[in-house]
Write a protein that binds this ligand. Structure first.
Ligand SMILES: Nc1ncnc2c1ncn2[C@@H]1O[C@H](COP(=O)(O)OP(=O)(O)OP(=O)(O)O)[C@@H](O)[C@H]1O
Ligand SMILES: [Mg+2]
Length: 661
């Protein structure tokens, strides 16, 4: 009989070695960590010395701040850092380092020596480390300000890793690649890279320029074809600085240097987008050279997603990639002065590069992990109602047309107004608060969800990867409309109310309804209605100027804000909404006024006219083609919305169930 294995706690050295193996995968990773430490220490000169592709020796010398003598005893322990103290600091982190793990990891897989001197100490100190600990006491030594870190016999403690690495020449190539990219991005710092005992393989001066460094490192052929451009996007809040080759230049190897908030990262999505633009200009198999530096508010960037930090997640990723693609396209189109190029015609039926999912071909994907995301294939509605021709495609999930009659005749959306810059601090703060509270993982789920079907008036199903979720659509819509109002402040498009509706009558209808909760002691209804009208008329300028809600001098409602394409708010709920605007909005204080107006309006917009007449097609259509695209595109979900999402099941679990059957 097979006995289960005994579970034991791993020895600390083993744990640390395993963790270190994730962070330091090859010499180039170790070097990247050390370069980033030197840059964090404000160095202006960094020199790297390599022997045997970094496996025998990897040494880096900088002229930065140095390390204080008192810190030398703990500097190589795990989770010791001078850069981060609270988890919250991560949202605003401006240094490369934050975990305090790099030196510790290196010391678990190599022999590590630190020699360092700060400006205030009279002499320098040299210390040896092994498995996270200082070996012996630091010894005083002579030296200039800065730090020399020496790593010898990398992976001596992990023979398989050492064997699996490519030749020293290839490892050197990868190291050179990292140094080259950092040198281009940091022209204010001088870099030198050399193989031990040889002349420098790479050298840049401190205070040079980016273009000079590209020429010095990547060659004149690239440098002479470079175009430079900058682009600022206020909507998705990023700044882009880009140097890219014109279409006369083409190479077998594609080079993309991508820095996001100064971090060297990879982004398959961006790479695919850039390649796709160039692919229409360059011959097949030929590629450009592109340098991009993207800056965004640190709160929008999650840097803690990969042990080697070569991957980051950020808000509005798809939108930003899209915008960058457009900019690159525009640059290439505009640079046709002296161009001679091949334009490849795309044959009908060939799929666009950007549409294909990038998948590592060597990686096996099991059926239970396979994700079907083509929403046009199957929908929940199909199980309930056979599709008939006369359905005119309404319940057909692939339809993108508005069902006839879903738009009220008396509500018409009119053209957008010119965009005005918002200067009010209260509104900017509301926007910032939305961004601060945005839950990045939840945003990731919403962005990639695939709509499955409607459950009832307030619930719908969607798929994300291998999971099936049910969500409260009312809660999501309410937040969505709130955010749309905050972001469209002063710039809302109007939905005209034709003919205009008299407020007095609407408010009377509201007071008649049970929801209003009118009691005889509240006073005469028409008097109450008249009071409410006068409040609304008094506040009309605010609503008109900031939210495109117009009330005429005669007291008629003329327009409402349009917050989402094809979404027209409920007519049935309009009277109650207006009553609540008069009674629930804090009109006297600026910030509270905007806040409560947006909340009330969002609540109103989230209520759909859901007639229970057995024909829910237009409501289902609305959910799928109006609200869900809105969630995907705009909603920045705060963490509290997690409670409105229920994971019903997932593919691996279903497989287990069916395997048993
Ligand atoms: N070249 C250097 N010059 C000055 N101080 C340094 C240098 N290298 C490391 N340090 C100091 O040692 C500490 C530990 O470095 P380590 O790289 O292990 O962690 P970190 O940079 O704080 O975080 P991370 O693990 O994310 O890189 C740093 O916080 C910094 O104070
Ligand atoms: Mg570090």
């Amino acid at each position: 009989m097979l006995e289960p294995g005994v579970i034991k706690k791993l020895d600390e050295v083993v744990v640390n070695r395993i963790a270190a193996g994730e962070i330091i995968q090859r010499p180039a990773n170790a070097l990247k960590e050390l370069l980033e430490n030197s840059l964090d220490a404000k160095s202006s000169h960094i020199q790297v010395n390599i022997k045997s592709g970094g496996l025998k020796l990897l040494q880096i010398q900088d002229n930065g701040t140095g390390i204080r003598k008192e810190d030398l005893s703990i500097v190589c322990e795990r989770f010791t850092t001078s850069k981060l103290s609270k988890f919250e600091d991560l949202t605003e982190i401006a240094t490369f380092g934050f975990r305090g793990e790099a030196l510790a990891s290196i010391s678990h897989v190599a022999h590590l020596t630190i020699q360092t001197k700060t400006a205030s100490e009279r002499c320098g100190y040299k210390a040896n480390y092994s498995d996270g600990k200082l070996v012996g006491a630091p010894k005083p030594c002579a030296g200039n300000q800065g730090t020399i870190i020496t790593i010898e016999d990398l992976f001596y403690s992990m023979p398989q890793r050492r064997q699996a690495l490519k030749s020293p020449a290839e490892e050197f190539q990868k190291i050179s690649d990292v140094v080259s990219k950092y040198a281009v991005h940091n022209p204010h710092v001088g870099f030198v890279l050399r193989k031990q005992g040889e002349q420098s393989a790479l050298k840049t001066q401190a205070c040079s320029t980016r273009a000079e460094n590209i020429r010095a490192i990547y060659g004149a052929a690239i440098a002479k074809e470079l175009m430079e451009f900058r682009y600022k996007d206020d909507m998705f809040k990023f700044d882009l600085e880009c140097q890219l080759t014109q279409v006369n230049y083409a190479a077998k190897k594609s080079t993309l240097l991508l820095f996001i908030n100064h971090r060297l990262v990879e982004s398959p999505a961006l790479k695919t987008a850039v390649d796709a633009v160039y692919s229409t200009y360059l011959p097949r198999g030929q590629h450009p050279f592109v340098y991009m530096s993207l800056m965004m508010p640190p709160q929008n960037l999650d840097v803690n997603v990969h042990p080697t930090k070569h991957e980051v997640h950020f808000l509005y990723q798809d939108e930003i990639v899209d915008r960058i693609k457009q900019q690159v396209e525009a640059q290439l189109l505009g640079s046709n002065a002296t161009r001679s190029f091949y334009k490849q015609l795309k044959l009908p039926g060939t799929s666009e590069l950007e549409d294909t999912q990038i998948q590592d071909k060597t990686q096996r994907i099991y059926e239970k992990e396979m994700v079907r995301t083509d929403s046009t294939e199957q929908k929940l509605d199909k199980f309930f109602k056979p599709l008939e021709k006369s359905d005119s495609g309404l319940s057909s999930s692939s339809s993108n047309e508005t069902p006839t009659g879903s738009q009220e005749e008396s509500f018409r959306v009119i053209a957008a107004r010119k965009s005005k810059e918002v200067r009010l601090t209260s509104v900017l703060e509301m926007q910032q608060s939305i961004e601060r509270k945005c839950h990045i993982q939840l945003r990731g789920i919403l962005k990639q969800l695939v709509y499955v079907g409607c459950v009832d008036e307030r619930h719908a199903l969607f798929q994300h990867e291998t999971r099936l979720y049910m969500c409260n659509t009312f809660a999501l819509s309410e937040e969505l409309f709130y955010q749309r109002l905050v972001y469209e402040f002063q710039n809302c498009t109007e939905i005209s109310v034709v003919p205009p509706l008299p407020l007095q009558q609407l408010l009377l209808i509201a007071l008649e309804s049970k929801t209003a909760g009118w009691e005889p002691e509240d006073g005469d209804k028409s008097e109450l209605a008249a009071n409410a009208v006068s409040i609304l008329q008094q506040k009309a300028p605010i609503m008109r100027e900031y939210f495109a809600l117009r009330i005429s001098e005669e007291g008629c409602l003329e327009s409402l804000p349009a917050l989402l394409p094809q979404h027209v708010p409920s007519r049935a709920q309009l009277p109650i909404y207006l009553l609540r605007l008069a009674t629930e909005v804090e009109w006297e204080q600026e910030a509270e006024c905007f806040q409560s107006f947006c909340r009330e309006t969002a609540r109103y917009y989230a209520q759909l006219d859901w007639q229970d007449d057995g024909d829910m097609r237009s409501q289902h259509w609305h959910m799928e083609h109006v609200l869900f695209p809105g969630f995907k595109k705009y909603l920045l979900p705060p963490a509290r919305l997690k409670q409105q999402l229920y994971e019903l099941t997932n593919l691996p679990t279903l497989y287990k169930v069916f395997e048993r059957c």
